[in-house]
Design a protein around this ligand. Sequence first.
Ligand code: 3PG
Length: 306
Amino acid sequence: MKVLIATEKPFAAAATAAIREVLEAAGHEVALLEKYTSAAELHAAVADADALIVRSDRADAAVFDAAARLKIVVRAGAGYDNIDLAAATAHGVVVENTPGQNANAVAELVFGMAIMAVRRMYSGAAGTELRDKRLGLHAFGAVGRCVARIAAGFGMRVSAYDPFCPPEVMREAGVEPADTIEALYAGNDVVSIHIPATPETRGSIGAALVGSMPKDAVLINTARKEVIDEAGLSEALAARADLRYMADVRPDCADALQAACPGRVFFTPKKMGAQTAEANFNAGVAAARQIAAYFSDGTTRFRVNK
Ligand code: 3PG
């Protein structure tokens, strides 16, 4: 079978080599499309592919229309909002992700951003420490759990809001369940967002939640820009000069926020939470193994479409 690795933002070279090794050992052929700049390039490359590995690359209906032989797409990562699941299903294509494989990389970046914020953007001005501060996790999935583990080392008090996670799972991890999303935002000095972008979560964090945060609070978003109501966020940051927003998912209003809130907002130039050698290797090799398993015995353990 022919497996296309299509990554607009490439994996580290060692990860790509390891993916190739896994697939070739299973008897598959590997094609590589990196740093492409147009959908047409992807459409041409996918035309004769039986399987596809992507990251945040957009796999919309046009991609599935162009991929007559495609049987499986694996998103090497967690969030699959970049993939049109209905179109995949209509074309009989299995879609999988690799949950947890890049979670530690994202969680470490959360702390990079938290320290940057409380140390006043490394300006040298007196800041604060993370120890004894309250950290609220907006969702307790793979990334949230890694953040909680690291937060324990910083001596933070951690709570989480996640209607899909039983409270006892949180308590076993030393995390206090928050009853409501409002309580999470109003009761924590640092809130870290780890929800996926879905119809229910898009635009769900706005002026009311951000504006309810305690004095000098920091909101960190390494998840998706779409979960933020940007007008509401801008309103809350304008109304409260003590609030800070740090994001690995650059908002559309980034330039305006940077101009309006100097020293209080920070955005990475390009999403980089999962951009480590280790995360690339783990997620990429997991994707390769899942594809090999699918072709050898039909396994679809990580399937996300129906
Ligand atoms: C994910 O959903 O796994 C992360 O957002 C990482 O995305 P990336 O592979 O595009 O860096």
